[in-house]
Ligand binder design. Structure first.
Ligand SMILES: Nc1ncnc2c1ncn2[C@@H]1O[C@H](COP(=O)(O)OP(=O)(O)OP(=O)(O)O)[C@@H](O)[C@H]1O
Length: 369
């Protein structure tokens, strides 16, 4: 089913700042979330994600800057006047009302006709797959089901935008994974713009069309999960989104398409010029994700044009799909390497010297701090 395009509403933040008692917790954020997108704000605890969401929902006012919903400035509009609903980690369901009445609550307060309430609530309970539980009380359902009730209760109002503040945080890992898939399905069926807050990078990557990585009240990077993972713009993003190996070096040659960097251990490596952020000086850290390294067998040559460094194998952990090695570069820098369990190579002995090769296209570069 293709969701109606009328459900696609965009939200735009322009130079939004929020201070609490002189402390800046949201620091000049500008951002556009496109209509119909599943967009996540990702960042560590305290970086300002929830405060940003609260300002969009209308529970906090920006100290300065503006928030637009479908082009309309809603920065100082009361929450109930915005077509925005929020789902929190705590479901806050009414314990004395059954599931149906919990979902119907807002519509009854609005005084909608009974028949319309019935059909809208049924439609929502069907969407979140809870039709069997309509007459149960919140105390008689599981955490995952309660979160789906909270979702139905928010969506039944047909908001332009749904804000989700760590909605899966209280669920155990297995349920959390199931609910991630459920949320994705629900969003793609109804097509409403979802703005999702999480500190869990895997969750943000799995669910989002695009995401913004936040740190210290600022946005460090916006992009698709693949863009921010494969081409992190900053050291913070590189480290926050999965493991990465960052090796200091100096740019020794810049060409139209490629850049050559001399690493601290003397190795010369090449990377695409596009991997350099604009304005990057000559001191950089080049980055390679652990799964991008290929451990070369002693008689094996690297693919033509690939980069290569020497390392010494250290302890390893068997992970089933791969073996994770802790290695050391020639200068003693720890390197993390995932060797895929393809059944073709022998495990490396502790202390063995190896050559690590990788495709230059799988190299990124960030500014050295
Ligand atoms: N009402 C408030 N008064 C004072 N400081 C606040 C208030 N609300 C939030 N803060 C502070 O603002 C900063 C950002 O908080 P916020 O809740 O937005 O972060 P977060 O990224 O959502 O973190 P978490 O994932 O832990 O919820 C924190 O240092 C927090 O202590």
């Amino acid at each position: 089913m293709t969701p109606p395009s009328s459900n696609r509403h965009d939200v735009r933040l322009e130079n939004v700042i929020k201070q609490f008692g002189g402390l800046t917790v949201v620091d000049n954020i500008s951002l556009t979330v496109k209509g119909g997108e599943f967009f996540s704000l990702l960042g560590p605890s305290g970086c300002g994600k929830s405060t940003t969401l609260s300002m969009i929902g209308g529970f906090e006012n920006p100290t300065s800057g503006a928030i637009y919903l479908d082009g309309e400035d809603v920065s100082r509009q009361q929450p109930y006047k915005r077509d925005v609903n929020t789902v929190f980690q705590s479901y806050a369901l009414f314990p004395h009302l059954d599931i149906f009445e919990n979902v119907a609550f807002g519509l009854r307060r609005k005084g909608l006709p009974k028949a319309e309430i019935e059909s809208r609530v049924k439609e929502m309970l069907d969407l979140v797959d809870l039709t069997k539980f309509t007459r149960r009380k919140p105390g008689q359902i599981s955490g995952g089901q309660a979160q789906r009730v909270a979702l139905a209760r928010a969506l039944v109002n047909r908001p332009k935008l749904l804000l989700l503040d760590e909605p899966l945080g209280a669920l155990d890992l297995k349920l959390r994974k199931q609910m991630q898939i459920e949320l994705k399905r629900i969003q793609s069926e109804i097509g409403i713009t979802f703005l999702f807050v999480t500190h869990d990078q895997e969750e943000a990557m799995a669910m989002s069309d695009r995401l913004a990585v936040m740190n210290n009240g600022k946005i460090e990077q916006v992009g698709t999960p693949a863009e921010v993972y494969d081409h992190p713009a900053t050291e913070f993003v590189a480290s926050f989104l999965g493991a990465s190996n960052l090796i200091p070096g100096t740019i020794v040659q810049r060409k139209a398409d490629t850049v050559q960097v001399k690493l601290e251990d003397g190795a010369l490596v090449t990377l695409p010029a596009a991997a350099l952020q604009p304005g990057t000086g000559n001191d950089v850290k080049i980055g390679v994700r652990p799964e991008k390294f290929h451990v070369l067998a002693p008689a094996e040559n690297a693919e033509p044009g690939w980069n290569m460094i020497e390392a010494k194998a250290g302890v390893s952990v068997y992970l089933g799909v791969s073996r994770q090695y802790m290695m050391e570069s020639k200068t003693g820098r720890p390197l993390s390497v995932y060797a895929q369990n393809s059944g073709r190579s022998e495990d490396l002995a502790h202390g063995e010297t190896v050559r690590l090769a990788w495709n230059p296209a799988h190299t990124f570069a960030v500014k050295a701090n």
